[in-house]
Design a protein around this ligand. Sequence first.
Ligand SMILES: [Ca+2]
Ligand SMILES: [Ca+2]
Length: 185
Amino acid sequence: MITRNFSLLLGTAFILATALLSPSFLLATMNEKIEISSDANGRLMLEKRQAEGMIAREDRIFIEKDGETKVVFESEGRAVEQVLQADFDGNGSNEMLIVMELGGSADLRELSLLQLKDGKYQQIWEATGFSAGKISLSDQDSDGCPEVVIEYFTDDTPPKEARAIYSLKNGQMTLLKTTLTDKAG
Ligand SMILES: [Ca+2]
Ligand SMILES: [Ca+2]
């Protein structure tokens, strides 16, 4: 009886080892490329990367043109969820709003805004801490440029639904207003 159980155990271990070493398991490492947009400047691509057995994401945003690749953003452990391109300040060129997930129980979002300066994308704003944040763009003050609208939950107990509106004016991202949208409260 003991011998049989032992051989069963060996058999299970063998199957497990085979599964772990098989190419299909190795391919579980995420490496997915998504085209965000494409114009005369090239193709803007998002590459979602996750090393085998790791939780942290090492995503990259890069521009592909004439077979050359130029990395414009690295997520450094965060997962890129959305990349929104719009002319937030009306200066004639599109900024890039990157929405990232930090993970964890609060399901926090982190935002990074990149602006084209001297032909290079540079981060001009970063914000964090929007629990279960949903990010959208709409022109809240009717000046023809979109604002960043963030619907999220506050860290009150119990959490309340809130909305924050950010606007890019004169090179500065500023909080226009925060309102509680909780109907129950
Ligand atoms: Ca702009
Ligand atoms: Ca506006």
